[in-house]
Design a protein around this ligand. Sequence first.
Ligand SMILES: [Zn+2]
Length: 312
Amino acid sequence: MNQDKLAFGVDIGGTNTKIGLFDQSGAMIKYSHVPTLSQIPPEQFISQVAAEAAIMLKDAQGLSLGDPHIVGVGAGAPMANYFTGRIEYAPNLGWKKVALKELLAQNFKAPAVIENDANLAALGEKKWGSGQHFRDFILVTLGTGVGTGLILNHDLHRGYDALGAEGGHVIIPHDKKRLCSCGGMNHLESFLSAKGIKQTIRELTNEEWTIEKLGELFREKDPRALTIIDTIAEELASGLVSMAILLGPEAFIIGGGVSKLGEPFNDVIIQKLNALIHFSFKNKIQILTATLSAEKGAVYGGAALIMNEVSR
Ligand SMILES: [Zn+2]
């Protein structure tokens, strides 16, 4: 193992594309982001991402793309298929039939790999974060949407044709009816996405709060904030129960912007989970916060994945 190997992690999101340069210990030595330009051809956009990466590499290490110290690039993107290296259709990027892995390899002049962002966040936590010591865990990202990544028997479970682990779309029992972004009804994401949480806040307070405001008031133990947290923790726990009963994880690791609610939020989730779950699982599953980053988990995971791949 050579300590001076470097890797790029990239997270192509609907609004921004995040780029990190990492060393082998998982330390992010340089970070940047560029707006995701979905109106230009993907070929042109990826060449702009690589140009930004080249500047980062020059600044941090005095190196150029193509240098043998760079082991490669791992990128997360919506609907990215690890097996084919392609995105067939990603509505929120407006991309159709994009050979993303090939474009990245050409432009970064290094091996490339692509994966969906929640799967990457799970891989990052497994390699360098709070998932290191678990054989089986489920990472749940609570952000714009709700994503899940499954680590089973120490490895990412991708499922058939990379369809695996869309836990944001498990159906949860509820006395309300809410449409999910995917068109389904009462999916976990319709309640726990940022939009879903804001709708719950509106229903319970008749006010518009940001997630940050919810966090502040929750820390101050504001009674209305406590009621909201109680409600969303129960909705989340309902979804986690369905995942746990099938997969038997040792832990759920919570990432994404909402994970900034931190330990006090985890405590409410665990109470709700233990109240709802089958008796054989009670008090056996841990709820932890992702330790690498709330919002850059997939960037870490991209670097983790390409480093894993090249050392195999
Ligand atoms: Zn859905």
